[in-house]
Design a protein around this ligand. Structure first.
Ligand code: SF4
Length: 65
């Protein structure tokens, strides 16, 4: 699985970082998401799924690769 972030859709709310600081960070300039772990481990996948579900602008998705 790969975490995909659409920078055009991200509104910098930071919900993903609140969900997992391990997987996500925010650009200090524009607040847009930075995916820290592109390929989450099985243990991280649950947090990745939660972040995808919580993102208010549907900027995050999981790619099956
Ligand atoms: S939760 Fe969504 S909109 Fe908010 S910073 Fe993360 S990717 Fe961007």
């Amino acid at each position: 699985m790969r975490i995909v972030a659409d920078q055009e859709l991200c509104i910098g709310s930071g919900m993903c970082v609140l969900t997992s600081e391990e997987l996500f960070d925010q650009d200090p300039d524009d607040g847009h998401v930075i995916v820290r772990v592109e390929h989450p481990s099985p243990a991280q996948l649950e947090h990745a799924r939660e972040a995808v579900a919580q993102c208010p602008s549907q900027a995050l998705s999981l790619d099956d690769e």
